[in-house]
Ligand binder design. Structure first.
Ligand SMILES: Nc1ncnc2c1ncn2[C@@H]1O[C@H](COP(=O)(O)OP(=O)(O)OP(=O)(O)O)[C@@H](O)[C@H]1O
Length: 309
């Protein structure tokens, strides 16, 4: 459905997209995950032909994307980071206005608008002006305006930034429902938990490059970390830390504020071996966690830095 090849975008000296390659298939919820400034919004803007790029090709629905490709644009719903609604119109009037850009027929539009209101859970707020809404409700209105015409492809750029947990859940559930009804979705975020929760495939961006792409299982199998063990409230000497680093399957240790983190390759009994060692050395410890790798671990192993801000 979407094919981006060797996309290069410069802002003056800054290389914002560095030969980006992405392919999105019909029916996917495709996640673009990357820290702030990694190029997600720039990639979306180039994809929508809102921004000129220096090199590369962008195909949407099998055709080159261009500013005047209205046939493609009609079938795309866009929810951008900045809320773009009219302050002087009510919630319902705003949704009706944006839906009306694509759907002329009054009766059909009416039912689409009601459907969108229900979908984002704004039934109790239809007469309010945007200024009267909380940040989370405003974001939901922004989403309703972008999707009311029921497009085939929906592009959402960080729709849950600075949103309360209730609205966030509503938004994430809504995205999954839209997908189940047949929409293909591109979802950008720097929240790895969200991307893990809803996306069928994920591209991880860093400095304008796609550093890894695949299902979450594929991404996690690319890295060495099979298990991350955390032990809180433990007092260790340098020699203890060195000894733990030498245990089988351990390839990285970190110790800070009496908290030990041990990264192991996937193997049985990693935790037992570490706890046995501490007990043998008469070292007391507090809470213990063993976690499977996260997308943050994928990012950390590939780039050497944390995905979190
Ligand atoms: N109009 C612009 N002029 C100059 N530099 C820009 C412009 N827009 C973005 N940049 C820079 O390009 C890089 C990529 O920015 P972009 O907004 O695409 O990243 P992002 O991953 O979407 O980040 P965020 O999550 O913060 O929106 C950043 O270094 C940013 O500062």
């Amino acid at each position: 459905m979407i094919k981006i090849e060797n996309l290069v975008k410069r802002y003056g000296e800054l290389l914002a997209l560095d030969h980006l390659n992405l392919e999105v298939e019909e029916g996917e919820i495709f996640g673009l995950l990357g820290p702030n400034g990694s190029g997600k919004t720039t990639a979306i803007s180039c994809l929508l032909a809102l921004l000129k790029y220096d090199k590369g090709t962008v195909e949407v629905f099998g055709k080159t994307m261009a500013p005047d490709n209205y046939e493609a644009k009609k079938q795309i719903g866009v929810v951008l980071q900045n809320v773009a609604v009219f302050d002087e119109m009510s919630v319902r009037e705003n949704i009706d206005y944006f839906c009306g850009l694509y759907v002329n027929e009054k009766e059909k539009r009416k039912s689409l608008v009601e459907e969108a209101i229900r979908f984002v859970g704004l039934e109790d707020y239809t007469k309010m002006r945007p200024k009267q809404l909380s940040g989370g409700l405003l974001r939901r209105l922004n989403i309703a305006c972008g999707i009311a015409h029921q497009p085939k492809l929906i592009i959402m750029d960080e729709p849950t930034v600075a949103v309360d947990p209730q609205s966030r859940n509503k938004i994430l559930e809504g995205i999954m429902e839209l997908n189940q009804k047949g929409a293909t979705i591109i979802y950008t975020s720097h929240y790895m938990e969200e991307v893990e929760q809803i996306c069928s495939r994920i591209a991880i961006l860093d400095h304008g490059r796609c550093i890894a792409q695949g299902t979450k299982e594929e991404l996690k199998s690319m890295i060495k970390t099979g298990e991350k063990i955390t032990i809180e409230g433990v007092l260790l000497e340098a020699e203890n830390l060195a000894a733990i680093g030498e245990l089988p399957h351990v390839f990285d240790t970190a110790y800070e504020n009496q908290e030990l983190t041990v990264r192991c390759s996937g193997a049985k009994h990693n935790l037992v071996r570490i706890l046995n060692y501490l007990q043998d050395q008469d070292v007391a410890f507090g809470r213990v966690f063993s976690e499977l790798p996260t997308l943050n671990d994928v990012f950390l192993e590939i780039t050497g830095k944390e995905l979190r801000d």
